[in-house]
Design a binder for this molecule. Structure first.
Ligand code: BTN
Length: 236
């Protein structure tokens, strides 16, 4: 993969920009210094101070990945982000299912993956990533953000960080053992913790994630509970 990087001063959202403005060849990365309407998951927005972080999107055509295995894109991206971040941090980075990158109990990175499917194939895939790099203070009501600067006290060269991530992404893309690497890094794996679903709060142990990306929890009655994205919340 030889990513062409387009550096944009300002746009509403790099995911939207790639979808609507880019008509050239891929693989391509759109990196914006500032997004006026950065999209988070669901109806959330993504806070990122101008010029301080990495807010970028990749456009790929993953012909090798069938539509029913699209969760692999989440696995690849999450593992590549953790491995890249660990070059800068003293601590390990973990994956809060399905695709938030955490350091300790704090979120350092989020992603928004938008796949366009055609029959059993992925026609195109946009992977939007918001990585907190040099921001000192977070003002929105995002629950627990953190940046590399807050963790290390040091400024990070964002261009170098982006280029390291792209190399890690390419390596992870072809790695045979990516699913196990994803599962080994799961936040709270094997630990009893609090969760909330539409029946209320409960205690459970995170045991696995199914190949199609559903979370497997075992509650204190030994009952296995399976959840799709947004059906369960981690109580942090
Ligand atoms: C989340 O809510 O955790 C997902 C955040 C994804 C934010 C990134 S920033 C670059 C790309 N463009 C967007 O509008 N969103 C994603």
């Amino acid at each position: 993969m030889n990513f062409d990087i387009i550096h944009i001063e300002e746009t509403d959202s790099t995911n939207r920009w790639l979808k609507e403005c880019h008509k050239g060849v891929d693989p391509i990365v759109a990196w914006a210094e500032y997004q006026t309407a950065g999209k988070g998951c669901g109806s959330n927005s993504w806070e990122s101070e101008r010029g301080k972080n990495l807010t970028f999107s990749l456009l790929i055509h993953p012909e090798e990945i069938p539509a029913n295995e699209q969760f692999r894109i989440t696995e690849i991206t999450s593992v590549a982000l953790c491995e890249t971040l660990e070059r800068y941090l003293d601590e390990k980075a973990g994956i809060k299912w399905p695709n938030d990158i955490y350091v300790g109990d704090k979120k350092i990175c989020g992603m928004l993956i938008e796949n366009q499917l055609q029959g059993s194939k992925i026609k195109s895939c946009i992977i939007g990533i918001g990585l907190n790099v040099n921001q000192q203070q977070f003002l929105s009501d995002a629950p627990n953000p953190v940046s590399i600067l807050q963790l290390t006290g040091k400024e990070t060269d964002r261009k170098e960080l982006l280029s390291r991530f792209l190399s890690a992404f390419e390596e992870a893309y072809y790695r045979k053992t990516i699913s196990s690497a994803y599962r080994e890094r799961l936040f709270r794996r094997g630990k009893e913790s609090g969760y909330r679903d539409d029946t209320g709060d409960f205690t459970a142990t995170l045991t696995d994630v199914t190949p199609d990306g559903r979370l497997v929890l075992q509650d204190t009655n030994g009952q296995e509970r399976l959840y799709a994205f947004k059906e369960v919340q981690f109580i942090i």
